[in-house]
Write a protein that binds this ligand. Structure first.
Ligand code: VG1
Ligand code: CO
Length: 543
């Protein structure tokens, strides 16, 4: 077998976004496109000779093809070993766990997460470092710089590896180990949570459904929820990962997981429902009569953390992305622990977790996780909720309403305007940025602007600074709106508007969310000219 050096020319559009490089499959399928990016990753790293690289993805269309390329390029680059999930499958949190457990140098995770899959849909490549987490900006910036100058890549001409047979093979001098994608992850979950209590809850008739949305968590959920926790067969729905996710968006929210939601809300439906996304790092939790917002979920998990064996000795601190509601802040205050506000994207939590400053992290975008790995973790959140329900012997609805009664309720919603014209979206943001200084003191109905800025994050661990992370407009009384452009889309621009209002009075905790936020939503349009710039009357998705 020989290593070939292939001449190539740079692509100018390989800038990693919030979570890796995401493009449509036809873009990735261009000659040398994936190879250029993978080589640029390797060229931006040092000291991996003879080390282990973990490779796996969410099973979407084009997954196997890119895995074969990555294996042959890893061999050419001098890695000693690659560990690949069987069938090319590894959920994002499971990949993070394997990197950590086997002291790998890093990992390549192939996913476009919640974006649809198929020959004309989305694909993605992300690099994770040795702590198991997404590469920090320092590395993604270096990768991007390299993609702009790359002129060749190296690849072995070895035959394709059989990805379906567990065991070891060799590509040139490099060992290829095909591993069970589920086993290590399931073991970790069993260490963290009170499986006997959850098993007893389910055996007692508590009905659980999990919608894996034909994406990566199917095999994990079947093993854990059905086999280890005893839920009846069929409790996990859409459990076979499909390359096109059955034609759906594998996005666990009230729009795309509506069937499961409606089922749980029906009179004789299940007591508890959950869904996860394409690569298994997001979660949605629903109890009968109660959808748990991701921001509330973070706060409630943190407040009840000691009920789970893995967190029995308490948590060190909490971190949330800036647009996530401040519900968790009140929990941190009460517990007397640190609270950190980071930019959007899990890569910003890595340093805080590594330094032991925080134990639990979350984002409003259906992402929650902890120091057990360095990614958000969908099934982990679901199991945490089941653990809390089993320990407290209360319904999800009672747990949430009691939490609000104790801490107050942060009404919260996100409005997404998807596939907006990029120029129009950029114009909206730059006009808004220019008028930030003039906003304080202006009023919109009963709302008065207290402060307005473009969020910048100073990492307390490595002192790195990340600017322009979202525009915040704070009102007197603690309400706020946030606007930012998505960094994960693959067509046009997506404008996200985040709206939050705090309500202490329990007699006002049952207002419909959009109604409770109506004045803030109209203030957002008055301030940012959303309708005018986007030409849209209403958001594409409201969560
Ligand atoms: C979105 C979410 C963000 C999340 C990111 C990756 O990013 O808002 O909170 O970390 O997706 O999630 P953006 O830039 O589109 O707002 V996943 O599950 O798509 O890897
Ligand atoms: Co995801």
């Amino acid at each position: 077998m020989t290593i070939n050096t292939v001449q190539t020319t740079p692509f100018q559009d390989q800038k990693p976004g919030t979570s890796g490089l995401r493009k449509k499959v036809p873009v990735f399928a261009q000659e040398n496109y994936a190879e250029n990016f993978i080589q640029s990753i390797f060229d931006s790293l040092e000291g991996f000779e003879g080390q282990t690289l973990v490779i796996g993805g969410d099973g979407r269309y084009y997954n196997r093809e890119v895995i074969q390329k990555a294996i042959k390029m890893a061999a050419a680059a001098g890695f000693g070993k690659v560990m690949v999930g069987q069938g090319g499958i590894l959920s994002t949190p499971a990949a993070s766990n394997i990197i950590r457990k086997y002291n790998a140098f890093g990992g390549i995770v192939l996913s476009a997460s919640h974006n649809p899959g198929g020959p004309n849909e989305d694909f993605g490549i992300k690099y994770n470092i040795g702590n198991g987490g997404p590469a920090p900006e320092k590395i993604t910036d270096a990768i991007f710089a390299r993609t702009k100058t790359i002129d060749s890549y190296r690849i072995s001409d070895a035959a394709d590896v059989d990805l379906d047979a567990i065991g070891t093979a060799k590509v040139d001098d490099m060992v290829v180990e095909i591993v069970d994608p589920v086993a290590d992850y399931a073991t970790l979950m069993e260490e963290l949570f009170d499986f006997p209590a959850i098993r007893a809850l389910i055996a007692g008739g508590f009905k659980v459904v999990v919608d894996s949305m034909s994406a990566v968590t199917g095999p994990y959920a079947v093993e854990i929820i059905e086999k280890r926790l005893g839920a009846p067969a069929g409790s996990v729905r859409n459990s076979v990962p499909l390359p096109d996710f059955g034609g759906h968006h594998p996005d666990p929210n009230l729009v795309h997981a509506k069937e499961m939601y409606d089922d749980v809300m029906s009179a004789d439906g299940p007591d508890f429902g959950a869904a996860s996304d394409g690569d298994g790092d997001r979660n949605m939790v629903v109890g009968k009569g109660m959808f748990v917002t991701p921001s509330d979920s973070l706060a409630i998990i943190a407040a009840n953390a000691t009920l789970a064996p893995g967190y029995a000795s308490g948590i060190a601190g909490i971190a949330r992305s800036m647009p996530t509601s401040a519900a968790a802040d009140r929990v941190a205050e009460k517990l007397g622990i640190g609270m950190f506000e980071t930019p959007t994207g899990w890569k910003f939590f890595g340093n805080l977790l590594d330094a032991g400053k925080v134990t639990i992290c979350g984002e409003e975008s259906f992402g929650t996780g902890s120091n057990h790995v360095r990614e958000k973790d969908g099934l982990w959140a679901v199991l945490f909720w089941l653990n809390i329900v089993a320990s407290r012997k209360e319904s999800v609805k009672d747990i949430v309403t009691r939490h609000w009664a104790e801490y107050g309720r942060n009404y919260y919603s996100r409005h997404d305007y998807e596939e907006v014209d990029s120029d129009a979206a950029n114009t909206l943001v730059s006009i808004l940025r220019e008028k930030l200084a003039t906003l304080p003191g202006t009023t919109y109905g009963a709302l008065k602007v207290k402060a307005a800025d473009d969020f910048a994050y100073n990492d307390p661990v490595d002192q790195s600074v990340s600017k322009n992370q979202g525009i915040r407009i704070l009102f007197e009384g603690g309400s706020r709106i946030v606007l930012r452009l998505s960094g994960t889309g693959t067509a046009g621009a997506t404008l996200r508007l985040y709206v939050e209002r705090y309500e202490k009075d329990p007699s006002r905790h049952n207002i419909e969310t959009q109604e409770a936020l109506a004045d803030l939503i109209s203030a957002a349009d008055a301030i940012a000219g959303i309708k005018k710039h986007t030409g849209r009357d209403a958001p594409t998705v409201i969560t």
